[in-house]
Design a protein around this ligand. Sequence first.
Ligand code: ADP
Length: 489
Amino acid sequence: MRVEELLSAIPQKKILGVLPSYIEDIAVDSRAVQPQGAFICIKGYTVDGHDYAQKAVDAGATLLVVERELQLVGNVAQLIVPSTERALGLLSARFFGYPSEELLMIGVTGTNGKTSVTGILHNILMGLGKKSALAGTIGFNLNGTLYESANTTSDALSTQQMIYRAKEERCDAMVMEVSSHGLALGRLAGVDYDVAIFTNLTHDHLDFHGTMEAYGNTKGLLFAQLGQDLRKDKHVVLNADDDWSAHYEMLTPFPVWTYGLHSDADFHASNCRYEDGMTHFTMQTPEGSYDVSMYLLGEFNVYNVLAATAALYARQFSLFEIVQQIEQLPPVKGRMEKVHTDLPIQIFIDYAHTPDAIEKAINAALPYKGENSKLIFLIGTGGNRDKSKRPTMAAKASVADYVILTTDDPRYEEYSSITGDLAKGMLHEQYACIGDRAEAVRHAIHIAEAGDIIIFAGKGHEDYQIIENTKYPHSDAEIAIAEGKVKFV
Ligand code: ADP
């Protein structure tokens, strides 16, 4: 691509050296640099791309995008910008020809529910005959093939590459999880969203953002990013039961659609009932009410389905057809997903790893608990990450009859330090601290009796446990089934 054309994407820049007239490719990894390529120096958590600039030049890079001038040997121009991560988004979008403008782009942000809402949207769109791509924690799903991703929101170059691939595969839509990290780091610069959805904001990631206010304001960047061009058919979907929504509403000139259970929202659910392994409710909409029955469990999924419905309605999909699709939705992987077994107990796998999600997951299971049976809840937290949420997580877990406190990717932290912090928040004595997660899962089966419900929380779709810096294969469901077969035979 012509460099002049490429650089028109970046408003603020200083150029050192003589610019090449063309570049062949863009790279953020010096090992992937092509001759005549551009290398963007990104500061990561562990490495700083600026340290690899000379390697990139040696590999043939003729243009570097940097945050400070570098002393290098070789014939290379340097473009100095305030944020290389943001520049990467803008350059990649330009390089790939602004692919997001050609798809229906839906972004979902919030503390909990991003994977669920994006998965629900993706499935409804596909059910309605639209070709949809899906990007988020679980990976990048294109044409039914799942490509792994390292983070909820990929780096700006991979993000634009994914959107470009979706466009090339003639997708109609792309649904994306938008994390606060991705927004804070500018990874989504250059993505043109048509609909932005907010799920909720509760305690998480304060090790990264510092305060809830900073965290909330970062999420707001998604709504500000929609821009101000009122000729575009853009929409915002907000959770009317969350106080942050009022703040986000002020950030956008585009139509806002609200949803909720406790408020007078545009999309409002009432009469929620949890029976026969299903969820039933009445959905009030701007065009009348619908009785909905679905396999997704729990009140939180009622919120998630309302959010997805509002987004699709805003883009003129038929409510009648959306509701038909909702009734057929499969469970989202690892989100209150029932494990089908012959055991006389009910087992759910869930991804709850924040206080709010724990409360929601337990509430989702309680209606299915018999009078004389127990709800056993297993929860762990990650080592060397936000420690302040640990006691509150355990306090929320205390609603269960018996709680098992364990680890969820302990990394370099001692097991007892993690379970000890959790234990400080327990509100009753019916609990055990077992740092080894496999052992903890087995303990849950040991104390279970016929009719009990067990929720294994925190791992969700993940099939590993990180100890120090190694990923070991781990599946709560497999361990539980194997142990259950021994116990209940
Ligand atoms: P995220 O992708 O934002 O982490 P997920 O959809 O993966 O969210 O859900 C994570 C966990 O949070 C689920 O396993 C469930 O326990 C809970 N959850 C899902 N949706 C919601 C919601 N709308 N509100 C609160 N908790 C939710």
